[in-house]
Design a protein around this ligand. Structure first.
Ligand code: HEC
Length: 144
């Protein structure tokens, strides 16, 4: 769990380094996963019962607190960013279309990541709280 989380942090940090900013203001809230783009450019091979490369994007869940789901959406994001998907011989999406898709998706992924980080921090705070209480208890015991 911790290593998977570290991987996401690294991926998202890398995304940040490549200028895919966390709080992309133009992200379309209506289509956080860019469904129209996916339908137009991906479902021929990853939807409607087809799952090239073992991936059905149509069937892919949207609960990004699930590590595997998150991993696949990050992979989708990265394959499109790299221009590897759709495959080169297919009709290319218009650059503006790809940019808009990536903006929405990266914003969705980043928001999910931020939420998870907050959960982790809350957990850490609880652990730190417990340690502080224990330390205090030990201190009291020593005083007695
Ligand atoms: C013409 C068919 C075709 C289209 C269209 C297509 N793909 Fe693919 N995709 C493949 C094939 C074949 C593979 C497996 C080989 C590979 O990984 O390159 C694959 C693999 C992938 C993988 C890796 C899956 C994994 O678990 O390793 C991702 C992610 C992906 N595609 C995303 C997309 C996205 C997003 C689009 C649309 C923008 C898209 N693909 C459009 C054929 C296609």
């Amino acid at each position: 769990m911790a290593t998977k989380l570290n991987t996401f942090v690294m991926i998202l940090t890398a995304m940040g380094l490549f200028g895919i900013t966390p709080f992309a203001p133009l992200a379309s809230a209506a289509e956080p996963f860019g469904d129209a783009f996916l339908k137009n450019h991906c479902y021929d091979c990853h939807g409607d019962g087809v799952k090239k490369g073992g991936l059905s994007i149509e069937k892919l869940g949207r609960d990004l607190s699930d590590a595997e789901t998150m991993r696949l959406w990050v992979l989708i994001h990265d394959r499109v960013t790299a221009g590897q998907m759709p495959p080169k011989k297919q009709t290319r999406p218009k650059p503006a279309e790809s940019r808009a898709f990536l903006k929405s998706l990266s914003s969705t992924l980043t928001q999910a990541h931020t939420k998870q980080r907050e959960v982790v921090l809350r957990r850490l705070n609880r652990i730190e709280g417990a340690i502080a209480v224990t330390a205090y208890a030990l201190y009291i015991i020593r005083l007695l």
